[in-house]
Design a protein around this ligand. Structure first.
Ligand code: NI
Length: 206
């Protein structure tokens, strides 16, 4: 082999390996997030508040129905192809890790897609993740109001009957007196979620 050809092949290899390395860095899923995935809020945080929604049975459910218990709220939609199901699985796993310690914690799924998420469909969806998970929907105005209160961003991302939605993905931990105590990135490892929830269960209620 000529020296020139060898140099060319070596150069091409170096370029290919570098490109592969950059692509892996860019597209590989990030590692499970640590404590920096948790935002702890003080008493003056202006987030959260009352809501007035409907459960899969059509019954009115408000924030006051959960007073005395901790709540984990996640906003998403049942037609979400991958992000919501993975986030909800992580939330359910965190509760499994807590075991009996977390039995008073209520996981809540609030839909950002009331057009498609209601009734039996919504009930079946949430039960697939956790037997205690509560699914909530409501008129568009009620969903607007609660998402505004929790500073949740969402919008239709495509058209047609099978439309997708863009939305922020966080788990809000609400204390027994109704305060938003922590906001956890929904892609956080369940062990870290469980640790944060346990910490809140052991602190003075707010
Ligand atoms: Ni989603």
């Amino acid at each position: 082999m000529k020296k020139g050809a060898l140099i060319a092949i070596t150069a091409a290899l170096v370029v290919a390996v570098t490109a592969a390395f950059i692509l892996v860095q860019k597209y590989a899923p990030p590692p499970a997030r640590g404590d920096n995935a948790v935002i702890r809020l003080g008493p003056s945080a202006e987030i959260g508040g009352p809501f007035d929604l409907v459960d899969p049975g059509g019954r009115a459910v408000t924030d006051r129905d959960f007073l005395g218990r901790h709540m984990l709220i996640y906003f998403g939609y049942s037609s979400c192809p991958d992000v919501c199901p993975l986030d909800l699985q992580r939330m359910a796993s965190a509760l499994d890790i807590l075991g009996p310690e977390g039995k008073s914690v209520v996981p809540v799924f609030i839909t950002i897609d009331p057009e498609r998420d209601s009734g039996k469909h919504l009930g079946d969806y949430v039960r697939a993740f956790h037997p205690r998970m509560v699914g909530l929907t409501g008129p568009e105005a009620a969903i607007k109001s609660v998402t505004n209160a929790y500073k949740v961003f969402y919008r239709k991302a495509s058209q047609g009957a099978e439309y997708l939605m863009d939305h922020t993905s966080f788990i809000y931990v609400i204390g027994p007196k109704g305060a938003v105590r922590s906001i956890i990135r929904a892609d956080t490892a369940p062990e870290i979620m469980a640790r944060e929830i346990r910490r809140l269960l052991q602190t003075a209620p707010r």
